[in-house]
Design a protein around this ligand. Structure first.
Ligand SMILES: C[S@@+](CC[C@H](N)C(=O)[O-])C[C@H]1O[C@@H](n2cnc3c(N)ncnc32)[C@H](O)[C@@H]1O
Length: 278
C-alpha cells in the first residue's frame, strides 16, 4: 500500500465489523434470513443523505441491466448493492479497507446478491483492472481522502470503456477555510484533501472526461444536517449506525459537518463525466 495512505486505511478499519452489524440486527429483532437493503441502510450507506441520495444518483446514472459498473471507494457496499438491485447491473466494488471489504462480501452473501455484486480490497490509485473494462463508474464520497485526485481520476478513466459514464457524488471545499475537525471522513487535516468545486471540475476534465451533468447539492446537505446539535455527555448511539464504521465520536463529526456546511467551508457536488468515444 502507498505509504501516505496507511493512516487513512487505519481510520476505516474497525474490528469485527460484520459481527457487530449482525448483533445489531439481532437486537432489533430482524430475521437474518429475510434481511433487506433497507434494514442495513442506517449503517451501510455512508454518505450525505444516505439512500435518498443513492436513489437520485441511480436515476441520474441511466445505468441499464447487463452493464458492469465499478464502485470506487465502496465502503461496506450499501450503495453498491442498491445500484445492482435497482438497475440489474453487475457491480464490482473496491475499497482501501480490508475490514470493510470483508464485511461487504459477507453482507452481500447474507442478502444472496453475490452473483451480481463482488468486492476487492484495492486502492483507487492503483486499480487492479485492465484498460476499458467497465461500462460505468460510480464513486460516492471518497475523494475527500484522496490527495492525488488526478491519479485517481486518471485510473478511473483508464478502466472505463469509451462512451462510459462516471457518476461522482463528492464533498468539496467551500469559500472559507479551515475545516472544523473531526468530520465523518477524517479525524484531522492529515486525512482530508478538499478542493473547491471549480478545482475538482478542472481535475476531472484534465483526466480526459467530458462533464455532462454538474449539480451543486450543498443546500440539500445543509438541510439534512440542519438539526444536528453539539453533543453533550455520553453519546446516545442507535443500535445500527455509521459510528460502527468510524467511531463513537460520530455526533461531534456530524456537528462539525453541519458547521462546515453552514459556514461555506464544505460543499457537495454530484456530477456525471463521460469518457469520450475514440
Ligand atoms: C465516506 S466513505 C464512503 C463509502 C461508500 N462510498 C458509501 O457511500 O457508503 C469513504 C470510503 O472511501 C474509502 N477510501 C478512501 N481512500 C481510498 C482510496 N485511496 N482507495 C480506495 N478507497 C478509499 C474508505 O476506505 C471509505 O470506505
Amino acid at each position: 500500500m502507498v505509504e501516505e495512505i496507511k493512516h487513512i486505511h487505519s481510520y476505516y478499519s474497525p474490528s469485527d465489523l460484520y459481527n457487530q452489524i449482525i448483533e445489531g440486527l439481532n437486537k432489533l429483532g430482524t430475521d437474518l434470513s429475510k434481511v433487506t437493503l433497507d434494514d442495513l441502510q442506517p449503517v451501510d450507506e455512508f454518505h450525505i443523505r444516505g439512500d435518498t441520495a443513492t436513489k437520485e444518483l441511480i436515476k441520474l446514472s441511466g445505468f441499464t441491466p447487463g452493464l458492469h459498473i465499478l464502485d470506487v471507494g465502496c465502503g461496506i457496499g450499501g450503495s453498491t448493492r442498491r445500484l445492482s438491485y435497482e438497475t440489474g447491473c453487475r457491480v464490482t466494488g473496491i475499497d482501501l479497507s480490508d475490514e470493510y471489504i470483508d464485511t461487504a462480501q459477507r453482507l452481500t452473501r447474507l442478502l444472496n446478491m453475490q452473483e451480481r455484486v463482488k468486492f476487492h480490497a484495492a486502492s483507487a490509485l492503483e486499480l487492479p483492472f485492465d484498460d476499458n473494462s467497465f461500462d460505468g463508474v460510480w464513486s460516492l464520497q471518497m475523494n475527500m481522502n484522496v490527495e492525488d485526485k488526478l491519479s485517481w481520476l486518471t485510473e478511473t478513466y483508464r478502466v472505463l470503456k469509451h462512451g462510459g459514464r462516471a457518476v461522482l457524488y463528492e464533498v468539496c471545499g467551500g469559500k472559507n477555510t479551515p475545516l472544523y475537525f473531526p468530520v465523518p471522513w477524517a479525524q484531522d487535516s492529515s486525512m482530508s484533501f478538499l478542493v473547491p468545486p471549480e478545482s475538482f471540475r478542472d481535475v476531472i476534465t484534465s483526466a480526459g472526461f467530458d462533464i455532462t451533468v454538474w449539480n451543486d447539492k450543498t443546500d440539500l446537505a445543509q438541510q439534512a444536517f440542519s438539526q444536528v446539535q453539539e453533543p453533550v455527555g455520553e453519546p446516545n448511539l442507535p443500535v445500527l449506525g455509521v459510528y460502527l464504521l468510524v467511531g463513537n465520536d460520530i455526533g461531534t463529526k456530524a456537528y462539525n459537518l453541519h458547521r462546515n456546511l453552514d459556514e461555506e467551508r464544505v460543499s457537495l457536488i454530484e456530477t456525471v463525466a463521460v469518457k469520450p468515444d475514440c
